[in-house]
Structure formats: C-alpha cells, structure tokens
Design a protein around this ligand. Sequence first.
Ligand code: PLP
Length: 477
Amino acid sequence: MTIFEKSVQGRKGYELPVYDIEEVKCEIPEHLLRKEPPMLPEVSEVDVVRHYTDLALKNYSVDRGFYPLGSCTMKYNPKINEDMAALFTNLHPFQPRETITGAIKLMGHLKELLCEITGTDDMTLQPAAGAHGELTGLLVARAYFEDKGELEKRRKVLVPDSAHGTNPASAAMAGFEVIELKSGEDGCVNLDELKAHLDDSVAVIMLTNPNTLGLFEKDILEIARMAHEVGALLYYDGANLNAIMGRTRPGDMGFDIVHLNLHKTFSTPHGMGGPGSGPIGVKKHLAPYLPVPIVKKTESGYDLDYNLPKSIGMVRSFYGNFLVMVKAYTYILTMGNKGLKHVSDMAVLNANYLRKKLSRLYKVAYDRICMHEFVIDNEEFAKKTGVKTLDIAKRILDYGMHAPTIYFPLIVHEAMMIEPTETESKMTLDRFVEIMEKIYEEAHSNPELVKKAPYTTPVKRLDDVSATKFPIFRYKK
Ligand SMILES: *Cc1c(COP(=O)(O)O)cnc(C)c1O
C-alpha cells in the first residue's frame, strides 16, 4: 500500500501553534500561485516513519550486503565520513568568505592530497560527477588548443572501443569528433591501430588504466610518448583509481588531465545513495584554463582565486558538491598513506580471488592477472543453455546479493563485470562463488527457472527502457 492509499482526510502528523503574527502580503504574482492545494497524503507521524522504513527495507545497499558492480564501484562508506559531513551541513554558499575559512582550507588540503595521489599539479573540485569532470577536462583541452591557435586543426578525440560510454559522449559534447580505437587481441590499446589514427589532427586521447576490462595498459609509457610527439593531450578516466591508488600515478604515466570519481574510489555512496564529485587534476601547462574559483594556497592559509583570465569559467554553481569532498577527505585522512596502498592491494587481491574461483565454471574474458575488476564472457554459455547474462543477474537477486554490472564493456558480448572492492571478506566472496556455481548448475538442469527469475524481490522484471523514456514520478489515483 502506498502512503497515498493510507491517507485519511483530516489526519495529521503535526500541529502548528495558533497564528498570532501579522500576515505578510504575498508578493508572488497571481498567475504563479497554485489554484488548488497540492495532493499530499494526510497521515500520522507513525505512518510516515513506517512508510520510509518500508522503503528502506525494500532497498538494497552496501550496508546490507555484497554489491559487486564493476566500474561503478560500490564500496563501503565508513560511517565516520557521514559524521564529518554532518559538521558542515549548516554552511550556506552565500556566507561571507571570512566565515567559511575552514571549508576553504579543507578544499585546499583535499586538492593537495588528490594532486599527490594522481601526480598532477593543480586541480578543480567543481565538477559534480565523473562525466561532468570529463566534459570539464575536454573544455580545458579545447581552451588550451584555442590559446595555442591549434583548435582549427585539432578536431579529433581518440577513444578505445572498451571505454565507458561517457567518454565519447563528453568528447562530442565538447565539440570534438570522436574516433573509436579498436582494442587489440589482448584487450589493451593496439599500438598499430593508435599509430594509424595519430597525427596533428588529434587533440586528445582518452584512456583509462587499468582499462574497463580490469587490465593494466602495459604500453602506457609508449602511448604517452606517441601522444605527446604529435602534440596531443592524454586524458585519464580515473573514475576507478581503486587498483592503483598509492601504487602508481596517472601523472607519472604521462597523463595531462585526470578526472576522479570521489563517489567511487573515495568511498562516498552514489547513484540513488547520494550526489557525486568529479574533480579534475591537470599538469602545469593546463592549470590556467581550469574553472574559477580555484582554491589556492596563500601565506596565511588558503583562499579562492577568481582571477584566472584564461579560465573556461564556472562549470557548476558555487564550489561543487562540498559534502562529498568532506567524505572523501575523511576517507583519505583515516586511511593515510599506507592505508590507501592497502586498499588498492586488497581490491586487486579480492578481484583475482574471485576471477580464479569463477573461472572454473565461467569463461573469463582475457583471463590473466587483473586489477580491481574483471569481466566474464557468457556468450557461449548463453548459446548452450539459453540463459543470458541478464537472467543470471536476476537470479543472483533471489539469493540475496546484488548483481554485478552487466553488458559492459560493449566489446565483450554477454558481459558480466565484477568488482568486489577491498572491504569484502573471504567469507562473502566464497558465498558469491557458491551462488554463481548454484546458478550455473540451475542453468544446465532447469534453465526456465533462471530465465524467469527473480522470484523474491518486491518488483520482478521491469521494462527499463520505458522506465527511462516515460518515467512516472507522480502518484495518480
Ligand atoms: C562511473 C564512470 C564514469 C562516469 O562517472 P559518473 O559519476 O557516473 O558520471 C566514467 N568512466 C568510468 C570508467 C566510470 O566507471
């Protein structure tokens, strides 16, 4: 029963004192005023509490169980992050600068830590998500080439076919022509393919390392050399820094621009769980083009600098999603230098443990030592049993765990992309393997069972295309 159906006319959950102040004349123009009161449910306080508790119980989250979404990284968010963020919830972006020096200092210190982690020289914390960081990074590249008088000829952005879909989308939005690079047999960038497309018409090469197959691009230094030789910039999609944080740095690999997803690598919950933050770090030669304001170190501490004549301008209101920064900052400080290295090590160890265990029954695409994630290729499995990746994912829900990412990256058909993250115990990983083995057995003995899953969830198979094309956000009687 929805909360609207529980509504009883006249029932109240609160009581306001009798109105004893002078009425203020309403200055909202007549035509903008509601003609009828909004349709709000009339319920008691306990009805509201139960409504939200019911919703929370229907929801699945990292705090409830294993959530192995490859690439989208759903890692555990230590509760101290929320405590720290709560200290700042009374701040308002319109407050005078003198009253927010602590917040500015936090941003300044966070920026320094993230520059250190990525090997970049300067950074903006403004973008509100990974894709937003990509767009910002490409606009910075655009401004850089425009300044050099090369924008006319540099029209192309090269993107591997394994890339996250936001990469080509961001490049197109920034006004570039997107050229797809076919991955090599080993799942990595093919140097011959790269060479064939590389000349001075290329503005940017967008890569991620490890790539979306969870594989480390072993030729990265050579790729960086080739890119810079023709004057192109190398862009790093750092949404998933989980495998290399504290071990190696995109800046040292030769990348010029790096975006991070604070809401993936640095714990902060995301998706339905909260907003994101996609800072971009750049090497010195690109710093003048970063969005304003930039947080800068001064003699007495940190301040906001609006005086960047070559800046691309603001990309978001105020300073970005500040509370997300507080959570990431808390995470970095609580982990410390050694802790962050340990996070990377455990993320890689957990992924390889699962890869090895699952490869007994499932085919792992590019089956070799992976970084923080790996991809299963269910194409043959689906041909043989009729059970597709989607069916396996739905069946996993019946066994009480969240499914991995499916159908990404696109170069693996029937892909299932698994990322256990660093905090999961062997016990949890073994339980996941057990579930996957059980489903394997079911797919062979009773495929129909798997194809009709899930049976235990509040809603069954949804029409997700209609849901995005024709969403219904309002309750109608
Ligand atoms: C999640 C992700 C993005 C996009 O980040 P959003 O915050 O969702 O916009 C880009 N690249 C990769 C590899 C990702 O995993």
